[in-house]
Design a protein around this ligand. Structure first.
Ligand SMILES: *Cc1c(COP(=O)(O)O)cnc(C)c1O
Length: 227
């Protein structure tokens, strides 16, 4: 686990890069929320980041989210973003803990989330498999509109945007067409939120209109190996 000083320096550096990307794009800094992706890192590290003033954290796995939500329940104002696809049987953990769900892609999961959600609608983003990758979750772009109509019929969910998870690349500019296509689709559907951009490409995503960037490695360092 990295030290508090390293963590503080990493947050300052990512913050400066986000501010610069916003300025370059002519967007206000507060148009972009930094979601600190804390998956596989221990709750103590999240608590340190929270003590430094950070509030938005992203987790991929429903059971890990459940456990961290419980372990950090005393951290006032902490908001959990569930950023990975979930199995229907685990949707209850997301319904309970998440402030925003970034990876909606199955009607069965949407139904389960709506059924389990209490205390206000769960804000959701539909995940789009924008590069058509076999190995990736998400809906084909041309399936999003129909899915959106089905989800809108459910009572306790509010679809606010789209999530793009394009390929991992060395050159962030490679993903720009994917980000632009996702932004254009969201605009056509009247959705205001765009979750796109990770450590390797968040500046390009901000240039294309991202409102939520999901950054892990640049903040917390390499993730510990499983086990
Ligand atoms: C792990 C993960 C991230 C963060 O990736 P980094 O390269 O560590 O910034 C973002 N989004 C999703 C969906 C992830 O699973």
């Amino acid at each position: 686990m990295i030290t508090k000083d390293e963590l503080q320096a990493n947050f300052a550096s990512v913050e400066a890069r986000i501010a610069a990307a916003c300025a370059k794009a002519g967007r206000p800094r507060d148009a972009v929320t930094l979601v600190a992706v804390s998956k596989k890192h221990p709750p103590e590290l999240i608590r340190l980041a929270w003590a430094l003033g950070h509030r938005d954290f992203g987790e991929n796995y429903a059971q890990e989210l459940r456990d961290k939500h419980a372990a950090l329940a005393d951290c006032a104002g902490l908001k959990w973003h569930a950023i990975g696809p979930v199995q229907p049987k685990n949707a209850k953990y997301v319904a309970k803990a998440a402030h925003v769900f970034h990876a909606l892609e199955r009607l069965e999961v949407a139904q389960e989330l709506s059924k389990r959600r209490t205390g206000g609608p769960l804000r959701c983003l539909i995940e789009v498999n924008v590069a058509g990758e076999d190995t990736k979750a998400g809906l084909a772009p041309d399936a999003v509109e129909g899915f959106l109509a089905e989800v809108r019929a459910l009572p306790n969910l509010e679809v606010v945007g789209l999530t793009a998870m394009p390929p991992f690349v060395d050159d962030p500019e490679t993903n720009r067409p994917h980000f632009e296509a996702t932004a254009a689709l969201a605009k056509r559907l009247g959705l205001s939120q765009l979750s796109m951009g990770t450590t390797s490409d968040f500046e390009a995503a901000i240039a294309c209109g991202a409102t939520l960037v999901r950054v892990g490695t640049a903040l917390f360092g390499e993730r510990p190996a499983a086990g």
